[in-house]
Design a protein around this ligand. Sequence first.
Ligand code: UDP
Length: 320
Amino acid sequence: MRCLITGGAGFIGSHLTEHLLGLGHEVVVLDDLSTGTKDNLAAVAGHPGFRFVEGSIVDAATVDSCMDGVDAIYHMAAAVGVFTILDKTLDSLRTNLHGTESVLEAALRHDVPILVASTSEIYGKNTSDGLTEESDRIIGSPLKNRWSYAEAKALDETFAYLYAAEYGLRTVIVRLFNTVGPRQTGRYGMVVPRFVDQALAGEPITVFGDGQQTRCFCHVHDVVPALVALLADESAHGTVFNLGSNEQTTILELADRVIQATGSTSTIVKVPYEQAYGAGYEDMQRRIPNAQKAREQIGFQPRRMLSDIISDIIAEKRAH
Ligand code: UDP
């Protein structure tokens, strides 16, 4: 098969690129290198089945030019990271809304099945134990910039769902819950690479808020094969799946574990949200997936624990 990966130079997209090439498929990557980098694709740059196109998903002509002979689309491109969303709110909104619509339009024109990457962020402030695909969204004011990401991704889901329901496009939506692993950068806000960078540099570990907020981190190597399995499974089309781990940690515990795993002399400092993100920021205190539906559909079962995730990220950063 020939696969198009939008955002293939990003953290998850580059792992997906390697995985699909490893399975013997051809891969075309479309990426504007806004948060992704060519370094992420260094290992596949000379592969005969690989082609890189630099361009934006918002540009319909560019998207269309990548579609020749494509059998499957993984739409991973998005403006991501809390710092990105807060710094470039309007640009991010445009990319995440118009970009997805343009990729869905191209998929429809060429009648190609498409996986649309969404996010647990769409649940907003719903702190229920085990968020299912049917759980409600509890979103703050539209004037609080953070929520514009959740709004855009939720509308992307609705677009994808309606392209399937009304036009018969073969779509799968996945909601990713804190996917982490090697190559993820802390530059745009993601907590695990930030803590590892800080610990390796012997700098204070910056825990935002009181550190009691919880997350479940899932290794990218557990997520990537699930993306491929879901798009390949026709009975998964037209619906949405949560993908994440159920191993919970508070952010304070995460900081302690990173310090222990690196043997760092770093201390932990608590930084008020307002100082970290600006006035009016709202965090979600708890975000735990229920991934039962993906387990039943494709046998999804994350195998790597948080300790594996932390040690893989440390090893990658030490190697660099
Ligand atoms: N966080 C933190 N210190 C940092 C970066 C993030 O304490 O240097 C916190 C952040 O406020 C949030 C959690 O870590 O409560 C996860 O943040 P991330 O941006 O990685 O993911 P998300 O908030 O989207 O789950």
